[in-house]
Design a protein around this ligand. Structure first.
Ligand code: ADP
Ligand code: TRP
Length: 331
């Protein structure tokens, strides 16, 4: 069976873009593959979060992934720091990762620019930790976006280097699990092409947003003075509202407002009112589940323990074999 691994950064709440872009495909993947999804809390230490923020963010991500339908029985859902085998493999891989190649990594250069006051060794070796995450389960596929392709390429380099160095054919070469092309890209409420919390928090509708917040955000979405000629193409910000409506509202609603636009009769206020009610309806079950799960620590504890147990079984085998290959043999 194909082994799939993906790491999720614990950086705050999930928005509709994350849901349509990543989560829906994870949920589909868990049906047909042996999936390992983990919350990358070791990785997040490169930015020095406070203990309270770190724990809160891990819990949020866990709760929201579960609320969206990730099934801890089908997939292995675990917390990265619950699997110290990853840290051991990271140490071993670092011995064959060269400073020059790590320094050339685009994300490292970007981080130097973003946080010049904190260029720590964890940032430099981020790709070896990510490689360890992936090959600890001897994964075949990694669902990642364009921005992670270079990291995946480095993972292949490290895996191949290990195989070559020790004359073994132990680690498979992980390839990208491409799902992004055929998915809806959720646009932002600010007229941008992509809903994104890191670019502009106000562009995003979060799964946990209460109805009054959703109403406020949608009503404030960027629009213009309206069309003056029939059947004209829509400016980006308007196109965005229609894309949201097409994804979340009933087809008749979308057709109704498209027609009003094409005939220059559209009133954006009315459209936004309808859209916000449809968003509220769509997110209702998520909001409900998120609230329930947040209050159910006993269940979360069980989920985390089950994830750790399943991840351990896979990782311990790898580490045992890797130690043997390297020459850490028992007396
Ligand atoms: P953000 O841009 O809000 O910081 P992340 O980079 O944390 O989002 O995204 C995590 C995952 O969600 C990635 O797989 C990314 O491709 C997906 N994703 C994020 N925003 C969108 C969007 N607007 N549309 C589709 N997918 C998205
Ligand atoms: N680097 C990934 C990101 O920024 C997160 C991540 C860490 C990851 N380890 C991974 C993704 C292993 C896939 C596989 O989104």
């Amino acid at each position: 069976m194909t082994v799939v691994v993906s790491g999720i950064r614990p950086t705050g709440n999930l928005h509709l873009g994350n849901y349509f872009g990543a989560l829906k495909s994870f949920i589909r993947m868990q049906e047909e593959n042996q999936c390992f999804f983990f919350i990358a809390d070791y990785h997040s230490l490169t930015t020095h979060p406070t203990p309270a923020d770190l724990h809160g963010n891990v819990k949020n991500v866990l709760v929201e992934f579960l609320a969206c339908g990730l099934d801890p029985e089908k997939a292995t859902l675990y917390i990265q720091s619950d699997l110290p085998e990853t840290a051991e493999l990271y140490l071993l891989l670092n011995m064959n990762a060269y400073v020059g190649e790590l320094e050339r990594c685009t994300s490292f250069k970007e981080k130097i620019r973003q946080q010049p006051q904190n260029v720590n060794a964890g940032l430099l070796t981020y790709p070896t930790l990510m490689a360890a995450d992936i090959i600890i389960h001897r994964a075949h596929k990694v669902p990642v976006g364009k921005d992670q392709e270079q990291h995946l390429e480095m993972t292949r380099t490290f895996a191949n280097r290990f195989n070559r160095l020790y004359h073994v054919d132990y680690f498979p070469e992980p390839v990208a699990y491409t799902f992004e092309e055929n998915l809806v890209k959720m646009p932002g409420l600010d007229g941008s092409l992509k809903m994104s919390k890191s670019e502009n928090e106000n562009s995003a509708i979060f799964l946990a947003d209460p109805p009054e917040v959703i109403r406020k955000k949608v009503m404030r979405a960027v629009t213009d003075a309206g069309p003056t000629e029939m059947n004209q193409p829509k400016p980006q910000a308007i196109e965005n509202l229609f894309t949201l409506m097409k994804t979340l509202s009933a087809p008749e609603t979308f057709a109704h407002f498209s027609n009003l636009y094409d005939t220059c009769q559209i009133r954006y206020g009315d459209m936004k009112k309808q859209l916000s009610e449809d968003v509220i309806l769509f997110t209702e079950t998520f909001r409900e589940k998120i609230r329930e799960l947040h209050a159910n620590n006993a269940y979360l504890k069980k989920v985390v323990a089950l994830g750790a147990e399943k991840a351990h079984a896979s990782a311990q085998k790898t580490i045992r074999e890797v130690r043997e290959i390297i020459g850490f043999k028992s007396f």
